[in-house]
Design a binder for this molecule. Structure first.
Ligand code: KMH
Ligand code: ZN
Length: 276
């Protein structure tokens, strides 16, 4: 595809609102961030929500309200996180699909996550995958390490294609404990993906820019946002998620691969019908 699919991941489960006041944590903050990011060129929003104390939550009612509010206020593809926070249990992570999002993340393996462990054992992965197929929720296969690509092949081999019929992956690079955010690693991971798969990439922290430039050069799509980086430049905190989307969109235009709008992204990902 000629264009660039830009996903914004505005909140995540890790950053602390008290330390990062620009982080969108209320529903109003999330919806206004989403509108700004859509105007700046995002087509997908990867959503983590917070409770009244700004702590990460997988509360089912809040998730359903969030999906409804984002649908009402934007045309963005709503992708709920099934990763949640490292403290979330498997049952709550599966129940995320009850909120009927367009799409969800699906991480293909356990990974060290700083001092914590982000747990994704095979029995959970296959339960979640089969649930996405039953519910018609399009998964984005999140890959934190190259070994997780082998699990993706196993999943597709044992259970067949995803809802929507198309495999789209996101390389999450630079997590302490996962694959590094550099171009040789990106090239190796991309070479291992299933034939016909599309992919985006995001670099955590200071790997954000090398990964962004590498993905644009290699034909990949982009994920940006305050879930993944809190610095716009050395010594300059991110002021708004939209400025990360604006920068990604501008670089995509310079690369002659301008941002795709949500309708085109839906066709690419097979959301709302078979892939065109
Ligand atoms: N918060 C991380 C532990 C996902 O959204 O699916 C997991 C994560 C991945 O962010
Ligand atoms: Zn996430």
């Amino acid at each position: 595809m000629a264009g660039t699919l830009i996903t914004v991941a505005p909140t995540g489960a890790e950053a602390d609102k008290a330390a990062v006041p620009a982080l969108p944590v209320t529903l109003d903050e999330l919806v206004s961030t989403a509108k700004e990011c859509e105007a700046a060129g995002a087509a997908v929003i990867h959503v983590h929500i917070r409770d009244d104390a700004a702590r990460p939550t997988l509360d089912r009612g809040r998730l359903a309200d969030t999906v409804a509010a984002l649908r009402e206020g934007t045309d963005l593809i709503v992708q709920l996180s099934t990763g949640g926070a490292v403290t979330d249990g498997f049952a709550d992570r599966l129940a995320v699909l009850d909120a009927r999002p367009d799409a969800c993340s699906l991480t293909c393996g356990t990974v060290n996550f700083g001092d914590e462990v982000f747990a994704n054992p095979w029995p959970f992965i296959k339960d979640l995958y089969q649930l996405t197929q039953e519910r018609g929720v399009v998964p984005e296969f999140e890959l934190f390490d190259i070994g997780q690509v082998a699990t993706l092949h196993r999943l597709l081999g044992e259970f067949g294609p995803p809802a929507g019929g198309h495999v789209h992956c996101d390389l999450v690079m630079g997590v302490p404990g996962g694959m590094p955010g550099d171009v040789p690693t990106m090239a190796a991971a991309v070479a291992a993906l299933p034939a016909g798969a599309t992919w985006s990439a995001t670099g955590i922290g200071r790997s954000a820019l090398p990964v962004l430039f590498g993905a644009l050069a290699a034909g990949g799509h982009l994920r940006v946002g305050m879930e993944d980086t809190l610095s716009y430049a050395r010594g300059r905190p991110v002021a708004r998620n939209a400025e990360l989307v604006e920068r990604a969109a501008e670089l995509a235009r310079i690369a002659q691969r301008p941002p795709v709008r949500p309708a085109e992204a839906r066709a690419l990902l097979g959301i709302g019908g078979a892939r065109s």
